[in-house]
Ligand binder design. Structure first.
Ligand code: PEP
Ligand code: MG
Length: 841
C-alpha cells in the first residue's frame, strides 16, 4: 500500500518534529513534511474519520483500513481554527487527491510554534511502514510512505473478565486533541483490560488516539470510561489518572513565543545542541583530556630547581588571579580553590623534600600531588573526586609552566577528530592542529563565544550546549555532526554514514562552485552594492578570506594577536602583523579594531581589577582608556601601515561620544608625532543598547558604524553570550535586537554613514534579507561563509527585503521572525523553481 504525499514540501524524519509527542511516536509512525504549499489533499482513497474542531488536523481511514492523521503544524490547536478552511466533514468518502483543507501558511508561520506537518499512521499495530521518502522536496501526489499489513495475532485475553466504568470531566483547555489523545492511548495500550471512552453519542477504543480525537471532546465535556477485562478497577483508575493529569491550561502559546530548548527526541543516539558554526562532518570522537606531561626525575641543582619551582608557581598564580578577576561566580570559585592549593604548605613541603633529595622540581611537584590525590581516593568519598580533579589540574598547570609555553599548550589529536569537551578556551583552540580537526562538540558554551568565532572562521562545524549526553560518545567511535540541523548522531548505522558522506561530497562540490562565483563584486539582484567583507583574527585567516572572495576585512579582532603569549606585542611586532595582513588583502580595505579585552576575553599578563560581573566591567574601549599606554602603542602601529588609507580604525564597546572623542584626540596627537596628514576613517561598534539609542549623535562624528550583534544581543536580552542553558534563546533575530539595528540604520542614513554588521548575525543566512532590508550596507562575515552569503545577496531584491524587515519588526519573538523569513524564502524559491500542481499516478 502506498500513501501519497498530501501536501507539497520537504520531507524529513519524524525525529525532527519539534514536539515530543510526535517525535516520540506516541501517536504512531510516519513522516514530517515542512510545507511549501498551502493545501492538504487526501493521501489515499477512504473515509474521513475525524476532523479536529479547530480544523488543523484531519484523519482518514483507507479502504484497506490504514488510519492516517495529518496534523498541519505544531500546536496549531491553539489557533482555534484561525488560518484554516475545511473542505470535508467526518464520515465523507473521498478519493486520493481530494482537497481536504486550505491553510494560510504565512499566518501559521507567524503564529504557530512550527508549520512542520506530521503525517502519521496511527494504527501501527495493524500496519507497518516498509519505507518512507525522507529528506526530499516532494510534490502533492508523490509516493510518501509504503506500508504492509501485519499478521493479526490478537491478544485473546483482552476484554475477558470484570467490567466497570466512570464519568469524568475533561478540563484540558483544548479538550481531547492530538496530545491528550496520545497520552490516553499510550496508557490504554499498556493495560490488559479493554478501555472504551464515550462522548457526544460516540464510543472510541481508548487505545486508538485517532478514535479518541474523533470523539470531538472539548474542554468541560463529560466522558464515560468503560473498562472490561482483567484488573478492570485498577485500569479504570489509571485512565482517570491520565485524564485528570492533563494540564488544564496547556502552555503551548507560551512555548510558541520562546525558542524551545531542544526537545529530547525518541532516538537515543541523537543529541541535540545549539549551532555555533554550520556544517556537517563525519569523524572519530575524541575527548579532550589533560595530556600527561613528561618530567625528568633527576634535577640539575637544588638551587636552580628551587628557583624554577618558584617561578612556575608564581606564573600560575598570576594567570589564575587574572582569570579569577574575569570569571563568573562558579568558575571563580574553582579558580580560587586552585589558588589555595598552589600555596598549600603540605604540598610545598612534600615537593621541596624531593627537590632537596636531588630530584627535579616537576618530579617533586607531581609526586606531592599524586600522594595527596591517593590519600583522598582512599577515603572513597564521592565529594572528594572533585578535589582530586582540582589537584590534577593544578599539577598540569605548574608542570606546563615549568616546561614552557609549547609543552603547556600542545594538544595532540588524532586524524579526523571530532573534539568533545565540556568547554574550550580560545588558547586551547589555537593550540589544536586544525588539519586533523573536523568538528567540535561542547557540552556547555554559547553560540557566539570566541571559540565559536574561531571555529566558524575556518569552517569547522561546531555545536554547543549539547549537555552531558555528548560524553556518552566513545573515543574513536565514528560519529556524525550535523551542525546545519543542530544534532550529533552518536552511533550512526551504515546507511546514515553512507548518506551523510554522499551529502558531504555534494556539498563540497557545490561550495567549490559557489566559491568560484564569489570572486565577483557583490550586488543584489536589483543592482544595489553590498560589500561582503571578512572577520579576521590572523594572517592565515586573511589569505583564506581572499580565496573565498572577501572584498575587504570588516573586523580584525586584534585581541587574538595578544592571546597565548607572556607579554603584549610591541609596536614593531604589531606593525609587522598588521602590515602582513594589509598586504595579503592586496589593497582591499582593512578595518582594524582596537584591543577588545576584558569580559570573556581575559589576557593573562594584563590582570584587570577583580570584578563581580566582568561582562559589565572594564571591556573594549574602556580597558583601552584605562591603559592608554597599550592603546597608544596599538594606534601608532596601525597608523604606520602602508599604504596610508587602507586601514580604518574601529572602536569597540562604545556607549557615548566622550569615549570616541578621547580616542580621536589621541589619534590626532599620534598623527602629529608621525607626520601623517590625513586622519584615517574612524568607526565605532554598536554593541551596547546605549550606542544604538544614541546612534544619531555618534554617527555625526564618525565615518562608519559597525554593529556587533553578538554583544548587542547579549546586552539587549540580558543573556550571557556564553550561557549554555540560554543558548537557544540568544538570537540576534529577536525583534528587540532588530529594532536597535533599525534605529542605528535610520540614524546613520540621516548622516549618510555606512552601517556594517560584523557580529555573527551577518554570517547567518536567515538574517541577511532582514539586515539588508533595515539598511545595512556591509556584511562582515566569517571567511568560510563568504561565498554562500555573496550568492544569497545576489538573489535578493532590496524592495522585498525592506517589506520583509518592516514586517518582522512587528513580530513578538525571534522564533516568529525566523519562521517569517523561512516562509518568505520558500515563497521566492517556489516562484523561481516549480509550480506545485497535484500529480496523481
Ligand atoms: C560582536 O560583539 O558582535 C563583535 C563582533 O565583537 P566580539 O564578538 O569580538 O565581541
Ligand atoms: Mg563584541
Amino acid at each position: 500500500m502506498i500513501l501519497r504525499c498530501p501536501l507539497a514540501g520537504w520531507s524529513s524524519s519524524l525525529d525532527e518534529a519539534p514536539d515530543p509527542v510526535f517525535a516520540g511516536r506516541m501517536l504512531g509512525d510516519g513522516v514530517l513534511v515542512d510545507p511549501t504549499g498551502h493545501e492538504l489533499f487526501a493521501p489515499c482513497d477512504g473515509e474521513i474519520i475525524s476532523v479536529a474542531p479547530s480544523k488543523h488536523a484531519v484523519s482518514i481511514r483507507s479502504t484497506e483500513g490504514v488510519e492516517v492523521l495529518m496534523h498541519v503544524g505544531i500546536d496549531t490547536v491553539a489557533l482555534d481554527g484561525a488560518g484554516f478552511e475545511l473542505h470535508v466533514a467526518a464520515g465523507e468518502r473521498v478519493s486520493a487527491g481530494t482537497k481536504l483543507l486550505t491553510f494560510d501558511l504565512d499566518f501559521l508561520a507567524r503564529n504557530a510554534k512550527s508549520v512542520a506537518t506530521p503525517i502519521i499512521v496511527t494504527n501501527t499495530e495493524r500496519f507497518e511502514i516498509i519505507s518512507a521518502q525522507l529528506d526530499r522536496d516532494l510534490l502533492v501526489g508523490d509516493a510518501l510512505i509504503e506500508l504492509r499489513a501485519k499478521s493479526l495475532a490478537q491478544d485473546e485475553t483482552r476484554g475477558a473478565g470484570e467490567r466497570c466504568g466512570a464519568t469524568i470531566r475533561v478540563d484540558h483547555e483544548h479538550g481531547i486533541h492530538a496530545r491528550p489523545a496520545a497520552l490516553i492511548a499510550n496508557a490504554a495500550k499498556k493495560l490488559s483490560a479493554q478501555v472504551e471512552i464515550s462522548a457526544q453519542g460516540k464510543t472510541a477504543n481508548a487505545a486508538s488516539a485517532i478514535a479518541l480525537m474523533s470523539l470531538g471532546v472539548r474542554a468541560g465535556d463529560d466522558v464515560v470510561i468503560t473498562v472490561t477485562g482483567a484488573n478492570a478497577r485498577k485500569a479504570l483508575e489509571a485512565i482517570k489518572g491520565v485524564i485528570r493529569g492533563l494540564e488544564p491550561h496547556e502552555q503551548v502559546s507560551a512555548v510558541a513565543k520562546v525558542p524551545a530548548k531542544p526537545v529530547p527526541t525518541g532516538d537515543p543516539n541523537r543529541v541535540r545542541g545549539v549551532i555555533a558554526s554550520r556544517g556537517v562532518a563525519i569523524g572519530s570522537a575524541f575527548h579532550l583530556r589533560r595530556s600527561e606531561l613528561s618530567v625528568p626525575e633527576r634535577g640539575t641543582s637544588v638551587a636552580s630547581e628551587r628557583s624554577e619551582f618558584e617561578r612556575a608557581r608564581n606564573a600560575v598564580k598570576s594567570r589564575l588571579e587574572a582569570l579569577a578577576a574575569s570569571s563568573h561566580h562558579q568558575a571563580r570559585q574553582v579558580i580560587e580553590a586552585h589558588l589555595e592549593l598552589v600555596d598549600d604548605p603540605e604540598l610545598l613541603a612534600a615537593a621541596n623534600e624531593h627537590i632537596e633529595a636531588g630530584r627535579s622540581a616537576g618530579f617533586g611537584w607531581r609526586s606531592a600531588i599524586r600522594t595527596s590525590a591517593d590519600t583522598l581516593k582512599s577515603l572513597s568519598d564521592a565529594r572528594m573526586a572533585e578535589r582530586i580533579d582540582d589537584l590534577l589540574d593544578l599539577e598540569h598547570q605548574v608542570l606546563a609552566a615549568l616546561l614552557g609555553e609549547e609543552a603547556a599548550h600542545a594538544i595532540e589529536i588524532p586524524d579526523q577528530s571530532i573534539l568533545i569537551a565540556a568547554d574550550l578556551q580560545p588558547s586551547q583552540f589555537i593550540a589544536l592542529d586544525k588539519s586533523k580537526l573536523v568538528a567540535i562538540c561542547l557540552a556547555n558554551g554559547g553560540p557566539t563565544s570566541h571559540v565559536a568565532i574561531l571555529a566558524a572562521a575556518i569552517g569547522v562545524p561546531m555545536l554547543v550546549a549539547l549537555g552531558d549526553r555528548i560524553h556518552d560518545a566513545r573515543d574513536q567511535q565514528s560519529i556524525i555532526v550535523d551542525a546545519d540541523a543542530g544534532f550529533v548522531l552518536l552511533d550512526p548505522n551504515d546507511e546514515q554514514l553512507a548518506s551523510t558522506s554522499a551529502r558531504l561530497t555534494a556539498r563540497r562540490e557545490e561550495m567549490e562552485r559557489v566559491r568560484l562565483a564569489a570572486q565577483r563584486e557583490c550586488r543584489t539582484a536589483d543592482g544595489v552594492r553590498i560589500e561582503v567583507f571578512a572577520n579576521l583574527g590572523s594572517l592565515a585567516d586573511a589569505k583564506f578570506a581572499v580565496e573565498q572572495g572577501a572584498e575587504g576585512c570588516g573586523l580584525l579582532r586584534t585581541e587574538f594577536l595578544f592571546l597565548d603569549r607572556e607579554r603584549a606585542p610591541d609596536e614593531g611586532e604589531q606593525l609587522r602583523c598588521y602590515q602582513d595582513i594589509a598586504a595579503a588583502l592586496d589593497s582591499r580595505p582593512l578595518v582594524i579594531r582596537t584591543l577588545d579585552i576584558g569580559g570573556d576575553k581575559p589576557i593573562p599578563y594584563l590582570p584587570l581589577p577583580r570584578e563581580e560581573n566582568p561582562a559589565l566591567g572594564l571591556r573594549g574601549v574602556r580597558t583601552s582608556l584605562w591603559r592608554p599606554d597599550l592603546l597608544r602603542t596599538q594606534l601608532r602601529a596601525i597608523l604606520r601601515v602602508q599604504p596610508q588609507g587602507q586601514c580604518r580604525i574601529l572602536l569597540p564597546m562604545i556607549t557615548e561620544l566622550a569615549e570616541t572623542r578621547s580616542v580621536v584626540k589621541l589619534i590626532d596627537e599620534l598623527r602629529a608625532e608621525l607626520s601623517i596628514a590625513n586622519r584615517p576613517q574612524i568607526g565605532i561598534m554598536i554593541e551596547t543598547p546605549a550606542s544604538a539609542v544614541l546612534a544619531d549623535q555618534l554617527a555625526r562624528e564618525v565615518d562608519f558604524l559597525s554593529i556587533g550583534t553578538n554583544d548587542l544581543t547579549q546586552y539587549a536580552l540580558a543573556m550571557d553570550r556564553g550561557h549554555a542553558e540560554l543558548a537557544p534563546r540568544i538570537d540576534g533575530l529577536h525583534p528587540a535586537v532588530l529594532r536597535l539595528i533599525a534605529m542605528t540604520c535610520e540614524a546613520a542614513s540621516k548622516h549618510e554613514r555606512l552601517v556594517a554588521v560584523c557580529g555573527g548575525l551577518a554570517s547567518d543566512p536567515a538574517a541577511v534579507s532582514v539586515l539588508l532590508g533595515l539598511g545595512v550596507g556591509e556584511l562582515s562575515v566569517v571567511p568560510a561563509m563568504i561565498p554562500q552569503i555573496k550568492q544569497l545577496v545576489a538573489e535578493l531584491a532590496i524592495e522585498e527585503c525592506r517589506a520583509l524587515s518592516e514586517r518582522v519588526l512587528l513580530l513578538e519573538s525571534a522564533e516568529a521572525v525566523r519562521s517569517a523569513v523561512a516562509e518568505r524564502s520558500r515563497h521566492s524559491q517556489r516562484s523561481i523553481s516549480h509550480d506545485t500542481k497535484a500529480k496523481w499516478g
